[in-house]
Design a protein. Structure first.
Lengths: 116, 112
């Protein structure tokens, strides 16, 4: 099966500019996550979607970050305006919907964002 | 809140050496526990998991046992190879479709 697709792989912008990332999850995966991975740290959740609804966006800096999953399939994450501390790898993950035990999450290769 | 602590790296081993990467967690209830691996230039891949106490996850020669009494999930491999060089992340999640909480990662370098 095709994995989680993300684009672009790399992006370099200047601070205060805007940037957008795209994610296409594995077909049939209802749950989609965006994580931020700062160099030397583990990934941290930004936002979780179930189909096209937001489940958890408590860690999303809403003054500058936004995300949508309009048709319940692919998703975009936007930063506007970018700050230096936003330099990180942005990871998208997807999983099957399910109850009870945790469904494994499948990760894309990520987008490495550098802010100058 | 929930948290994961894993041993600081980097860890450098010779080929065929024994590997242990320590991981402890703090969480209420009964989380599921995972080890993910990140090879250079690639995304995170699930290495193994355990969903309840005393479960042992295993894959590609790696093993980890869910120890509730010590809140630990240490990763072990009996004989590492150069191809095992990567960053290893311990993580937990609560039951259901919930986000992963990751440790900081441990970089492993295996030299021939």
């Amino acid at each position: 099966e095709a994995g989680v697709a993300q684009s672009p792989r790399y992006k370099i912008i200047e601070k205060r500019q805007s940037v957008a990332f795209w994610c296409n999850p594995i077909s049939g995966h209802a749950t989609l996550y965006w994580y931020q991975q700062i160099l030397g740290q583990g990934p941290k959740l930004l936002i979780q979607f179930q189909n096209n609804g937001v489940v958890d966006d408590s860690q999303l800096p809403k003054d500058r970050f936004s995300a949508e999953r309009l048709k319940g399939v692919d998703s975009t994450l936007k930063i506007q305006p970018a700050k230096l501390e936003d330099s990180a790898v942005y990871l998208c993950a997807s999983s099957l919907a399910g109850t009870g035990g945790s469904q494994p999450q499948h990760f894309g290769d990520g987008t490495r964002l550098s802010i100058l | 809140g929930d948290s994961v602590t894993q041993m600081e790296g980097p860890v450098t081993l010779s080929e065929e050496a024994f590997l242990t990467i320590n991981c402890t967690y703090t969480a209420t209830g009964y989380p599921s526990l995972f080890w993910y691996v990140q090879y250079p230039g690639e995304g995170l891949q699930l290495l193994l998991k355990a969903t309840k106490a005393d479960d042992k996850g295993s894959n590609k020669g790696f093993e980890a046992t869910y120890r509730k009494e010590t809140t630990s999930f240490h990763l072990e491999k009996g004989s590492v190879q150069v191809s095992d060089s990567a960053v290893y992340f311990c993580a937990l999640s609560r039951p259901g479709n919930t986000p992963l909480v990751f440790g900081k990662g441990t970089r492993l370098s295996v030299i021939a």
